[in-house]
Design a protein around this ligand. Structure first.
Ligand SMILES: [Zn+2]
Length: 190
């Protein structure tokens, strides 16, 4: 090999080593976002929707008309509801601010009963189908069999019209961006 060629080879090698050296000081790529950029849902979760429809159908077979009075609720709507009984007249209906309710993630519904005359009632003793059992409790039992948790079972702030599915996620999980797996066979096995 000619001396000139050898010198050129050495220069090229030095340049390559130099580039690799500089490269080693560059920051590595940031780690992928850990699911924290999940946007807020805008509608009822499809599984909750399906179970709610099943609840309405199953109740109808028992002669009970279930009415869903509220399902998905935006964080803004939730904040407004929170003011009821606080800065706005009326009774306190929730302890949850925007983002603190399962309604805000499309995972809860509120129900009421409808009488044959078309009146919407929240009477927990009403026995419209005259089978000796309160219609309200019958609906709650059906809902629990479908995988819902009932707000009437909560130890502190009892929310009798409230039914929710949490898919193993706490409000903190949801606030941190976790969402139910829509394809979850576990969730769909209820
Ligand atoms: Zn509710």
């Amino acid at each position: 090999m000619k001396k000139q060629n050898r010198n050129l080879l050495i220069i090229i090698l030095l340049v390559i080593i130099g580039i690799l050296y500089i490269q080693s000081f560059k920051q590595p790529n940031p780690p992928p976002n850990k699911n924290h950029s999940q946007s807020m849902p805008t509608e009822l979760n499809p599984i909750v929707k399906k179970r709610t429809n099943q609840l309405i159908q199953q109740a109808a077979k028992k002669g009970i008309t279930v009415v869903i009075t509220d399902d998905f609720r935006s964080a803004k709507d939730q904040d407004q509801l929170y003011q009821k009984g606080r800065t706005v007249s009326g009774n306190i209906v929730t302890n949850a601010k925007g983002g603190e309710s399962y309604h805000n993630y499309g995972l809860a519904v509120d129900f009421a009963l409808k009488t044959p005359s078309g009146k919407i009632i929240w009477d927990m003793q009403y026995d419209g189908n005259k089978n000796g059992k309160a219609d309200w409790n019958e609906v709650v039992d059906l809902a629990k069999n479908l995988g819902f948790t009932w707000g009437g079972d909560w130890p502190k702030f009892k929310d009798y019209p409230h039914l929710q599915m949490n898919f193993g996620l706490s409000i903190t999980d949801l606030q941190n961006g976790a969402r139910p797996d829509a394809s979850s066979s576990v969730a769909d096995s209820y």
